[in-house]
Every structure is written in structure tokens, then in C-alpha cells.
Design a protein around this ligand. Structure first.
Ligand SMILES: [Fe+2]
Length: 258
């Protein structure tokens, strides 16, 4: 599956490949070496954030002293923390938490770093923020709760800085949720002077055979940011034909770039 995905990426030759975490199961050096080898084979620039499985979730001792040691050693140098292209900015955030049994938490220092970065982005830029844990439930996964302990804080930061799109992994299932004013009221988000609609996109398991709930398929998303609109294409692996096919395409108005 990994080789097939690599060929797909080569065919698209995207400006950026975003990996939203859980590249390993146990954070071992062997797994990380394999993940790093696969990532090095990708010719496009990479933006990689860690998932809960990438930080020694099973070993409290290593968690205390150096939970990110293998991520830092094998992946950090391959990823860029920020991607800028014309009027598009993409940021990565670490949502992994020690001692929360897989649940996410964006730390105070990580939130400060994110806010400092967002403050510097011009108002007319399309902004995408990628992190592993889902702020809202993903249907079909059998998990009807948030995966991010302080999701309200993150929703408010993302709204304050008019972030346009959020990319998540974790739940192993494709989902698009539009945060419009109706959803904002349901979520009891802080009212802002001018509400900014946001798109939250969750990705399928791309190469892993670990699935959640009744979603048992591999896939990835192709996202195109254009001056007038944004397109999200869900690519799903079809085992009968042994190829990836486009399951669905969604189009949203680009509210930033006029
Ligand atoms: Fe995860």
C-alpha cells in the first residue's frame, strides 16, 4: 500500500504532502526508520505532525523524559513547520499529550507558538492548520466524542485568527464538517465580530490496516486551493481493481483570495 501511495503522490506532484500523524504504532526505532525511509522517497515538500502512537504512549518512563525522541530523531528534519506559497499558509501543530491515553491536548506553549505564527499571516491568506486529534466527533467511527481534550480553546483560536481549514487524522475515517454559524451556535463557540466559516477535514487511514467502527478502507485526500474556490477530493483504495479512485469531490468558495 505504501508503494502505491508513493506512486500516487509522484503522479500528482503536489506542492506539499501533509501527514497528520500515527506513522508508527509503538514509536519504536524500527518503525520510525521505516516511516522515515518512506517519507524520504517522497519528492514533494513534507509537513508532518505527530500522532498519539508516535510518542511512546505505552511507556510512562520515556514519556516523562523524552516522549518525542524518535519523532525528533527520524522525522523532524524531514518536515517543515510552516509552508507558504503565494497567498496560502499551512501550519502544523503538535496535539499529542502525555498521560491522556491517546487523547489529544494542545499545550500552552504550542498554543502560544501557533498564535504567534497566525498573528504574522496577512489577512488575505488562506490558512490551513494540521494536527492529529479531531476536535469534533467523526461519524461512523463508533466514537461520538471529541479526541482533543481542550478542543474549545482550539476552536476559539482558529476562529479568532480566521483559519480556513483544519486537517486531522486519528479517527481513520474521511469526514468533512463545515463550521458555519449554525454549527457555531450548537458548539457554543465565542461570538466574534465577524464569523468566519471553516472546513474541518479528517483523513482515512492511508496505509494502515487499522480501522475504526464500520469504516474499513484506505484513502487519502487531494486538496486544491484555487483563487475562487477550494476542492477536496477523497481518494479511496478499490481492492477489486487495485487502484485508488475518487469517491467524492467537494467544492467550497474561497473566502480569502478574491
Ligand atoms: Fe491517533
Amino acid at each position: 500500500m505504501g508503494e502505491m501511495v508513493e506512486r500516487e503522490i509522484q503522479a500528482y506532484s503536489p506542492d506539499l504532502v501533509i501527514v497528520t500523524g500515527d506513522m508508527t504504532s509503538w514509536s519504536t526505532r524500527r518503525e520510525y526508520r521505516e516511516a522515515a525511509k518512506w517519507l524520504r522517497g517522497i519528492e514533494s515538500p513534507l509537513l508532518v505532525v505527530p500522532g498519539n502512537h508516535d510518542i511512546f504512549w505505552w511507556n510512562p518512563f520515556i514519556q516523562i523524559f523524552d516522549s518525542h525522541c524518535n519523532f525528533n530523531r527520524y522525522i523532524q528534519h524531514l518536515t517543515q513547520p510552516i509552508f507558504k506559497r503565494k497567498k496560502l499558509t499551512i501550519l502544523g501543530v503538535d496535539s499529542t499529550a502525555r498521560f491522556l491515553f491517546g487523547m489529544g491536548y494542545v499545550s500552552g506553549s504550542e498554543r502560544s507558538r501557533l498564535k504567534a505564527q497566525l498573528e504574522r499571516i496577512p489577512m488575505d491568506h488562506y490558512i490551513i492548520v494540521a494536527f492529529h486529534h479531531n476536535m469534533l466527533p467523526v461519524p461512523g467511527t463508533g466514537m461520538n466524542t471529541t479526541a482533543l481534550f481542550n478542543y474549545r480553546k482550539m476552536l476559539n483560536i482558529l476562529q479568532t485568527y480566521r483559519v480556513d481549514m483544519v486537517l486531522n487524522g486519528h479517527r481513520h475515517a474521511f469526514h468533512i464538517q463545515l463550521i458555519d454559524e449554525l454549527e457555531r451556535d450548537k458548539l457554543k463557540m465565542k461570538a466574534t465580530d465577524s464569523f468566519h466559516p471553516q472546513i474541518i477535514v479528517t483523513c482515512n487511514s492511508t496505509t494502515s490496516s487499522r480501522y475504526r467502527g464500520n469504516i474499513r478502507e484506505n484513502g487519502y485526500n487531494v486538496i486544491q486551493i484555487m483563487p475562487e474556490h477550494v476542492e477536496i477530493h477523497q481518494q479511496i483504495f478499490d481492492p477489486t481493481e487495485n487502484i485508488f479512485v475518487t469517491r467524492r469531490s467537494d467544492r467550497f468558495k474561497n473566502l480569502k483570495i478574491q
